[in-house]
Design a binder for this molecule. Structure first.
Ligand code: SAM
Length: 282
């Protein structure tokens, strides 16, 4: 394999030179490939869609974790849906106040291959005593779950294939039942310019379940086409409207090292382009 072309969009895409192929196979759920690229380091793709690269993963993983964790301020229990590369888990584990983390990933081969070929993503987080890994369909898990969490992070692939169920109103309703009263849910919600329907659909499907709904964003170079949006749902509007001083205080006392996230970016990330504001007024 000399080049890897992403196939997320029919008429537009990105291509990577494959400097070394580490793994390519069809797992029980999806086609998994991991390769080396001179510019982005090790790259993992599932079903033709770029999932994560060593070079820019810090942006996405820091924003999908530290924004809700520091907005909430007292997260003890976290549920991660998906996240097989371990990047979300690594960032959540940095918060010493978190006491238990459950990660529900459908594809154990993604976990195993990323542990082997993308070791810097999980960076040992899978061995953290607070972590429980469940191999299951996330939709199935939350439907039958009788636990409640302070924070739910859905770090899934796009709504094609096994992750399609993770973008349904049923799933969001079941997640809400697994959320404590002041809890927060955040999700990977696609590149808004390219996948605006995903953002609109989530706005509609969050509406029956969360009193406070919004989106925030970050630009991730290998999620091509513009800003990556993250969906936000909670019944506690105050969490999303913390002051810069509060987030600054919490960031300092958390004593976590970040490369993209900082309190100013936290607040600014909720400022959205007008076309997204209008599209999500549903
Ligand atoms: N950061 C990436 C993005 O923004 O697209 C996502 C990274 S992570 C690799 C996505 C994970 O979701 C994969 O490990 C995949 O196996 C998992 N996944 C897909 N459908 C799932 C489901 N129904 N339940 C649990 N995990 C699922």
């Amino acid at each position: 394999m000399k080049h890897y072309a992403e196939t997320l969009y029919d008429s537009y895409g990105q291509e990577f030179r494959v400097d070394r192929l580490y793994f390519e196979n069809k797992t029980d759920h999806q086609h998994l490939v991991i390769f080396e690229n001179a510019l982005f380091g090790r790259v993992m793709a599932l079903d033709g869609v770029i999932q994560t690269t060593e070079a820019d993963e810090f942006i996405y993983h820091e924003m999908l974790t530290h924004v809700p964790l520091l907005a909430h301020g007292n997260v003890k229990s976290v549920l991660i849906i998906g996240g097989g590369d371990g990047g979300i888990l690594r960032e959540v584990c940095k918060h010493t106040g978190v006491e238990e983390i459950t990660q529900v990933e459908i594809d154990d081969q993604v976990v195993e291959m990323c542990k082997e070929y993308l070791p810097n993503h999980s960076a040992g987080a899978y061995d953290d005593p607070r972590v429980e890994i469940v191999i299951d369909d996330g939709a199935n898990y939350v439907k039958n779950c009788d636990r409640q969490f302070d924070l739910i992070i859905s770090d899934s692939t796009d709504p094609i294939g096994p992750a399609e169920v993770l973008f349904t109103e049923d799933f969001y309703g079941n997640c809400k039942s697994c959320l404590k009263p002041e809890g927060i849910m955040v999700t990977q919600n696609g590149v808004a310019y390219m996948q605006l329907d995903e953002v609109v659909n989530t706005a509609l499907r969050f509406k029956p379940h969360f009193a406070d709904r919004s989106f925030y964003s970050a630009a991730v170079p290998t999620y091509i086409g513009g800003i990556m949006t993250f969906a936000w749902g909670s019944d506690n509007p105050a969490a999303r409207q913390q002051t810069l001083e509060t987030i600054e205080e919490r960031y300092q006392s958390a004593e976590i090292k970040t490369r993209y996230y900082n309190p100013a970016i936290h607040l600014a990330s909720f400022a959205l382009p007008q076309y997204i504001v209008e599209a999500t007024q549903v």
